[in-house]
Design a protein around this ligand. Structure first.
Ligand SMILES: [Mg+2]
Length: 234
């Protein structure tokens, strides 16, 4: 076992390594247009978010749950009168989301390349299993990772388990991601560093206060700053 203070780095995937929320927003705009005869955009968005919140505990995170929430919202908003043609279009738009192009964010490849081999790199992501596997394969980033963990939720228990299994425990690990709620706060609670890389589009349910007082909280503008940050930890 190494005696280095940091041996393992976890990376979130969606909106940390590649664009994701952008495609959800486009899908939601399409969904709003499909229901334009029944309600205004703000109402539809609000009802959709409520359905998503209700359904997280049943379906988990990802596109399949999002598609079911769109259908449920369409039924509610039209008081059961939504035409089957519209339901078919909602299913199509959900399927389109499963095949969107994978657009890697700036500095991602160079950073992973520089860190691979020096640290154990582990991809830790929520979402649909098929979808995340597809995106990882298409991103061409898979070889940089020593392990891939597709999980149903990200809690302190999740990080403790993964960093103990893959690395030398959470105290010698760091989690890097765009969600304060899923990537940063629970990783810090597990005893790891939490490095927040904000993305201009972040799902409203992933937003919480920055844990500014936490000694292991860090924030960078983009992944290009990660290597320098790690060096500064000694
Ligand atoms: Mg993310």
């Amino acid at each position: 076992m190494s005696t280095r203070p940091l041996t393992t780095i976890g990376f979130d995937a969606d909106d940390t390594l590649w664009q994701n929320e952008h495609y959800y927003r486009l899908t939601e705009e399409h969904f709003i247009r499909l229901l334009a005869d029944f309600a205004d955009g703000a109402t539809i968005s609000e009802r959709l978010l409520e359905a998503e919140k209700r359904n997280l505990a049943h379906y988990g995170f990802g596109i399949k749950g999002f598609t079911l929430s769109m259908i449920e919202t369409a039924i509610e908003i039209t008081e059961g009168k939504v035409p089957s043609k519209v339901i078919a279009k909602i299913l199509d738009t959900g399927r389109d989301l499963l095949s969107h192009p994978v657009e890697t964010l700036p500095h991602v490849r160079d950073t992973l390349e520089a860190l691979a081999g020096k640290y154990l790199l582990v991809l830790i992501t929520k979402g649909d299993l098929f979808d995340q596997e597809r995106k990882l394969a298409q991103s061409g980033l898979g070889d940089f990772f020593d392990a891939v963990e597709i999980v149903s939720d990200k809690t302190a228990v999740t990080y403790r388990r993964i960093f103990s299994k893959v690395g030398d425990g959470p105290e010698r690990a760091m989690m890097v991601g765009n969600s304060l709620k899923s990537d940063i706060v629970p990783a810090i609670a597990a005893g790891s560093y939490g490095v927040f890389v904000p993305h201009k589009l972040t799902w409203v349910l992933e937003r919480v206060e920055e844990p500014k007082e936490a000694p292991r909280f860090r924030k960078i503008d983009h992944l290009g700053e990660l290597h320098g940050l790690i060096d500064s930890l000694g």
